[in-house]
Structure formats: structure tokens, C-alpha cells
Ligand binder design. Structure first.
Ligand code: URP
Ligand code: ZN
Ligand code: ZN
Length: 461
């Protein structure tokens, strides 16, 4: 007799769809098969049973342009569970002059006891020097094996020059780290912003003009070149345009370990949103793009050249977004997304068939688990893995409304969108967190994860 058995559902792990039963003992999956019995049983007739989604890109309580992103670890992780996300990875912040350790310790203290799902953080650095190098080894001992850098935001003190980036890539290779990069051409973007400002072109419609597609294609090709030369692991975050994919794919076919993440906003939204009266609510960096770029990303998920889908969850309240004063430079950049990650990703891929849905499931589960050193414990449905499971109703049609979501913000970029398929029950390490759309979990029940080195995602390439 097991603690909990889920029966009647179609188990979809991104590789196959089978009507298995799943037995849970304590925090782990104990068995997968038929004729299993449990002290408690959940009947999932007509539903899919998925591995819990892993969101490797969130920004809880992030200060930006005078505002702070509205979700903290408590509210954001609870909303995550409503959306079928059972693991999140957020970022440390680094004060000028610091290495990695103080920021990691601060951020872990913030997350501890507050986060309802399992969690980790990425290291992050604005520069590369001996202190950052030494702290990589310390961070790895803490189970942190990824580090974020920027090729943009020079004026905010965030941008790494190419030499620092190259030497960081070498050090990360030696330390067993994945280097994650916000890849935009920082210097060109600053020049374009200044030129638009001089011409008085500060409406939000000019935001994408200040960061055109080539300002993402160029740095992606550049960081791929540097990572390939350094034989380092590279992961480009929030890729917004299909045009940037060929450089990654070509390098990977030569054996380089270079991968990309995209986000639902780049799969569902296009730059026509900036013409709306609330267009500033859609401002994020890189910007949402013309429709053709979206199609390239969708195709990339299906053929495996986009490895993961994550959110860049950075929700501001409507009041914070409205404080921009007609100047796109003053908008707190970012969007809410953690609760809608799973349903939006699968709904975008569903019209392309079951193979596309499977690719989407892999991009939300096994691929982030492997890249961020969480496999085989996370991202899979297998005996011995953590019992992170989602019961997903593929027939439920939901009209998205911010008022019915649980993120700490009062608007959604997807307001009024109708999607078919929604997570109804979420189990995190054997504990039911959300049952039939109702919260039944413990606040702060998430555990800090100890991550290993990156592993290649599952891809046709
Ligand atoms: O504009 C965005 N995406 N804000 C969040 C921080 C980042 O750059 O990912
Ligand atoms: Zn970014
Ligand atoms: Zn981000």
C-alpha cells in the first residue's frame, strides 16, 4: 500500500503517452505500472499526468527603474504551483565590488522558509576578477552551478566586456558551470535609445526600435563564438527571435554546448501590442517581436533547437508600469508569467500535434533539469525521482484574467486569451499543493536544491 496513487490518467513525460498509474511513497515516485493501490488515490480519468514544470528564469522582488517586481518568493512560488511549476531558479544580486558569495547568501536567506516549491538560485556577476573566480568553487560546493552575465546595461553597471566574458567562460568551464547570458548589443542599443530620445521619440512604440532584432542576433553569434572557443557551456536566456537560432544550431552541430531558452511572451505576443493604449505593459527586454520571429521560435522548440521554455517572470503592478510618464526609458521592464508558463506553452504547440506537445513538455521539464544539474531527480516521471507531478486537464478551456490568477499583480499580458488545457492539481515532492484548483499546500514548504554540473538536454541534434 503506497502513500498516494494517481490512476486513470495518461502519463505524458515528453517521450510517450501511456495510461500508467503512479505510486508515491513519501517524497518520491515509488512505482509506475498497473494495479497499484494507495492509502489515498487520485482518479485522473481524462487528464494528463506531467512532470512538474521547472522555471529556470524568475525575478522575485527585483528592483527595476524605481519599482520592485511584485511577487516575492512566497507569493510567486504559490502562484507557480497553481500553474503546475514545481521548481524555480531565481538570481542573486551583486553589489558593486562584491564577489558572488554575499549575494548568494542574501538571496538564499530571502528564499528560505518562504518558497512553496523547490528552488535554487543562479550566481550573477557584473565583472570577472579573481574574487569572482574563487567564489565559483565556493558556489559549486553550495550546489549552485550556473552564472548569469549581461552583454547589455553598461550604464547600469551590468555589462561584461568581451574579454571579461571570454575569461569568465574559461573559468566557468573549469569550475563546471553553465554560463547564462542576457544577449543584447548593449552599446548599439544605448546609441539607438539616445538617438530616439534626441528626436523626442519616447513613446513605447519606439522601444522595439531601440532594440531591433539584429541587436540580439549579433551578440548571440558573438557569445556562441566565445563559448565555442572556450569550450564552455552556454545558455542564452529569453531568446526573442528565431533569427538568432542558426548560430546556436551551427555551433551545436560542431559539438559546442550552446543552448537557448525562450519564453511564452515571445511565442504568443508580437510588437503590435505596443500600439495599444496599455502598450507599456508589454515592455520587456528583449522586446516582443514581429510575428515571423515567433514562428521561428515555435519551430525551434519542435525541432529541439530551443532547449527550454522559462518565464523571465518579472511582474510589476499596473501602477508601477503606469509610472513611465510617456518615456519608454522609464518603464520597469518585465512581465508576469510563472502561473501561465505551462498552459500557454502547451496551448501554443498543440495545433502542431502530439509531437510538438511532447517537445514542449521536454522544454519545460527534462531539458531544464539536465541543463541546470537537477536530473535525474527532477523533470522526469520515473521510480526514484522526486514526486513532482501535475494533473493537467487537456479539455478545460480557460479565458485568462489577471483577477483569477494568483500572481501579486493586477494585469496580465494575456488578458482575455482563451487557452485549452490547464493544470488542476500540483504535487511537489509528494505533497499536494494545489488540488482541483484550490491551494492545499504549506507556505514555505519548498526545499533548496543542490545542483550538479550541466548535462546536455534531450534534442534531436
Ligand atoms: O526586461 C526584463 N526582461 N526584465 C527582467 C530582467 C532581465 O533582463 O531578464
Ligand atoms: Zn535578461
Ligand atoms: Zn530575466
Amino acid at each position: 500500500m503506497h502513500d498516494l496513487v494517481i490512476k486513470g490518467g495518461l502519463v505524458r513525460d515528453g517521450f510517450s503517452s501511456r495510461p500508467f498509474e503512479i505510486a508515491i511513497e513519501g517524497e518520491r515516485i515509488a512505482a509506475i505500472g498497473y494495479g497499484l493501490s494507495g492509502r489515498r488515490e487520485i482518479i485522473a480519468d481524462g487528464k494528463w499526468v506531467l512532470p512538474g514544470a521547472i522555471d529556470v528564469h524568475t525575478h522575485m522582488s527585483l528592483p527595476f527603474a524605481g519599482a520592485v517586481s511584485a511577487d516575492d518568493f512566497a507569493t510567486g512560488s504559490r502562484a507557480a504551483a497553481f500553474g503546475g511549476v514545481t521548481t524555480l531558479i531565481d538570481f542573486m544580486s551583486q553589489q558593486p565590488g562584491e564577489g558572488l558569495r554575499p549575494g548568494i547568501e542574501r538571496r538564499l536567506a530571502e528564499a528560505a522558509g518562504a518558497t512553496a516549491i523547490d528552488y535554487s538560485i543562479h550566481a550573477l556577476t557584473r565583472r570577472f576578477d579573481h574574487r569572482v573566480r574563487a567564489d565559483l568553487d565556493w558556489a559549486r560546493e553550495q550546489g549552485i552551478t550556473s552564472i548569469k552575465v549581461f552583454t547589455a546595461y553598461r550604464r547600469q553597471g551590468m555589462m561584461l566586456e568581451d574579454d571579461a566574458l571570454y575569461f569568465l567562460l574559461e573559468a566557468a568551464r573549469d569550475a563546471g558551470f553553465l554560463v547564462t547570458v542576457h544577449a543584447e548589443s548593449g552599446l548599439i542599443i544605448e546609441g539607438l535609445i539616445d538617438r530616439l530620445a534626441e528626436g523626442g521619440h519616447l513613446g513605447v512604440g519606439h522601444h522595439p526600435r531601440s532594440r531591433p532584432v539584429f541587436t540580439e542576433v549579433e551578440p548571440v553569434a558573438r557569445v556562441v563564438t566565445l563559448a565555442e572557443a572556450a569550450r564552455a557551456w552556454l545558455y542564452v536566456v529569453h531568446l526573442s527571435c528565431g533569427s538568432a537560432l542558426p548560430a546556436l544550431t551551427a555551433a551545436r552541430t560542431r559539438g559546442a554546448s550552446v543552448f537557448a531558452e525562450t519564453c511564452p511572451q515571445y511565442l504568443w505576443l508580437d510588437e503590435s501590442a505596443f500600439q495599444r493604449p496599455d502598450g507599456h505593459c508589454f515592455a520587456t527586454c528583449p522586446p516582443i517581436r514581429p510575428r515571423a520571429e515567433q514562428e521561428g521560435l515555435v519551430a525551434g522548440i519542435v525541432d529541439g533547437s530551443v532547449a527550454t521554455v522559462a518565464t523571465d517572470h518579472c511582474p510589476f503592478t499596473r501602477a508601477a508600469k503606469d509610472g513611465w510618464g510617456g518615456d519608454f526609458r522609464q518603464i520597469p521592464m518585465g512581465m508576469p508569467g510563472i502561473e501561465t508558463l505551462l498552459p500557454l506553452t502547451l496551448a501554443r504547440l498543440a495545433p502542431l500535434g502530439d509531437g510538438a506537445i511532447d517537445a514542449g513538455i521536454r522544454a519545460l521539464t527534462i531539458n531544464p533539469a539536465r541543463l541546470f544539474g537537477l536530473a535525474p531527480r527532477k523533470g522526469t516521471i520515473a521510480a526514484g525521482a522526486d514526486a513532482d507531478l501535475v494533473i493537467f486537464d487537456p479539455a478545460r478551456v480557460v479565458r485568462i484574467a489577471a483577477g483569477r490568477l494568483h500572481m501579486a499583480t493586477d494585469h496580465s499580458p494575456y488578458e482575455g486569451f482563451e487557452v485549452r488545457g490547464w493544470p488542476i492539481t500540483t504535487i511537489g515532492r509528494g505533497q499536494i499543493l494545489v488540488e482541483n484548483g484550490e491551494w492545499v499546500g504549506q507556505p514555505g514548504g519548498g526545499r533548496r536544491l543542490h545542483r550538479g554540473p550541466p548535462e546536455r538536454p534531450v534534442m534531436p541534434l
